[in-house]
Structures are given as structure tokens and as C-alpha cells.
Design a protein around this ligand. Structure first.
Ligand code: ADP
Ligand code: 5GP
Length: 210
């Protein structure tokens, strides 16, 4: 496995990474961006309050709801959604700047936002991260230690909806059991997409397709 995205003839793409809260998305995409020279990570806007280890401008841009609504009005967001009672959205300018420079951009966003991004950028690469099982997801949310018990419960409740909704729009599924393995799979999916190869299995190979 190469640890760098193959740059040859690569044109930048939008890469959507979704998955239930606590599954390991941030951990994976941060590492993918560190290893790949020409892949950027989009920093989302949110009205949620920062967690103890989170830094404004690195993890999110933490803004107020009126500021968020103003950006919607001005058409500055590529996509946005309300998740667990807070607004989250992707600023459009950074994504378009990166694509114009031939770079790829990872959007770590929810399934609702992923659908909007796919509509805006039809060649977006859609990757969904799954936990090995429900227990592992609960443990990771706990270990992250950012949320109160009832917020954690809301996130766990949301997980099955998010997973059920993903089958329709995401053609690449990665199980994050062993972290290193999951990072390698995500890099491979991106490499293949940038080389213009089909990354998704044929429809009749997909689990869940009739
Ligand atoms: P998300 O961004 O999907 O909400 P995070 O990346 O914040 O999730 O990960 C949640 C927690 O799970 C973190 O403490 C992280 O270190 C841990 N984690 C991530 N991947 C794995 C893995 N493969 N095995 C065990 N723990 C993991
Ligand atoms: P968290 O509060 O755990 O950081 O994020 C909660 C959910 O919001 C996750 O599913 C995350 O992927 C999603 N999210 C984060 N940023 C964005 C964004 O810019 N747009 C959308 N639609 N969802 C986002």
C-alpha cells in the first residue's frame, strides 16, 4: 500500500466521509490528510459549543446561530444540515479554491449534507465509515468524553438512522475496527477515484441490494 495519494494526472475531487458519531471519522480523515499531500480537510461551521479538546479554526469554526443563518442567506454554504439540534455547514469558497488548484477536499459531514454535496458535485466520492458493532461505538463515544450522558444517548440513537440512510447514497463502506486498516482502505478508495477507476462494487455485489 502506498501512503500517498498518486498525483499522476490526478484532478481534485470532493470526498464525502460520513458515519455515525464516534465511529472514528475525525481520527481517520486527519490521518489521511496528513499522509496525502494533495488532500485538504474542509473545516465546517457549527453552532455547537466547542468540546474540551477542540480548537476554533482547526476542528470547526464555532459561530452563533444568527451568523450561520446569515451565511445561508448569502449562499455561502455548499451544504448544511441540522444535526442533534445544532447547525453544521461547509463553506463553499475553500472547497472551490482547492478544486481549482487541482487539490481534493474531504468533507466530514452527515448523510443529509452528503446528499447535498453529491447533488452539487456529482463526481464526489462517497465513503461511509461503520463501527464493528454497537458496543464499540458506545465505548468510543464514551472514551471521547465530550458529551453528557443524554447527548451520548441521542448520538447512539441517531446512529442506526444514519446507517440506514447511508445505503442509498454511499457506494464505499469502510468498517473501522482496526484503525490502521481503515485508514489504508480510505486512502485506497481515494487513490482509485483520483485515477478515474470505479471504486464501488457492481450493484449485484452490494450487501442489501435485492
Ligand atoms: P467521530 O469523528 O466519528 O465522531 P472520533 O474520530 O472523534 O469519531 O473518534 C471517537 C473515539 O474513538 C476517539 O477516542 C478515537 O480515538 C477512538 N477511535 C477511533 N478509531 C478507533 C478504532 N479503530 N479503535 C478504537 N478506537 C478508535
Ligand atoms: P460532531 O458534533 O460529533 O462533531 O458532529 C455531529 C455530526 O455532524 C457528525 O455526523 C458530523 O459528520 C456532522 N457534521 C460535521 N460537520 C458538518 C457539516 O459541515 N455539514 C453537515 N451536514 N454535517 C456535518
Amino acid at each position: 500500500m502506498t501512503n500517498e495519494i498518486d498525483r499522476k494526472q490526478a484532478r481534485g475531487k470532493v470526498i464525502v466521509v460520513s458515519g455515525p458519531s464516534g465511529v472514528g471519522k475525525s481520527t481517520i480523515v486527519r490521518e489521511v490528510c496528513r499522509r496525502a499531500d494533495d488532500v485538504d480537510l474542509s473545516v465546517s461551521l457549527t453552532t455547537r459549543k466547542p468540546g474540551p479538546d477542540e480548537q476554533d479554526g482547526r476542528d470547526y469554526r464555532f459561530i452563533s446561530e444568527p451568523e450561520f443563518r446569515e451565511r445561508i442567506e448569502q449562499g455561502l454554504l455548499l451544504e448544511y444540515a441540522e444535526v442533534f439540534g445544532n447547525l453544521y455547514g461547509t463553506p463553499k469558497d475553500k472547497v472551490d479554491e482547492a478544486l481549482a488548484a487541482g487539490r481534493s477536499v474531504i468533507l466530514e459531514i452527515d448523510v443529509q449534507g452528503g446528499r447535498q454535496a453529491k447533488a452539487a458535485y456529482p463526481d464526489a466520492v462517497m465513503i461511509f465509515i461503520l463501527p464493528p458493532d454497537e458496543k464499540a461505538l458506545a465505548e468510543r463515544l464514551d472514551r471521547r468524553g465530550r458529551d453528557t450522558a443524554d447527548v451520548t444517548e441521542k448520538r447512539l440513537d441517531g446512529a442506526s438512522n444514519e446507517i440506514a440512510a447511508a445505503w442509498q447514497s454511499y457506494d464505499n463502506m469502510v468498517i473501522n475496527e482496526d484503525l490502521e486498516h481503515a485508514i489504508g482502505e480510505v486512502i485506497q478508495i481515494i487513490e482509485q477515484a483520483l485515477r478515474g477507476e470505479e471504486t464501488a462494487p457492481e450493484p449485484d455485489e452490494r450487501i442489501g441490494d435485492e
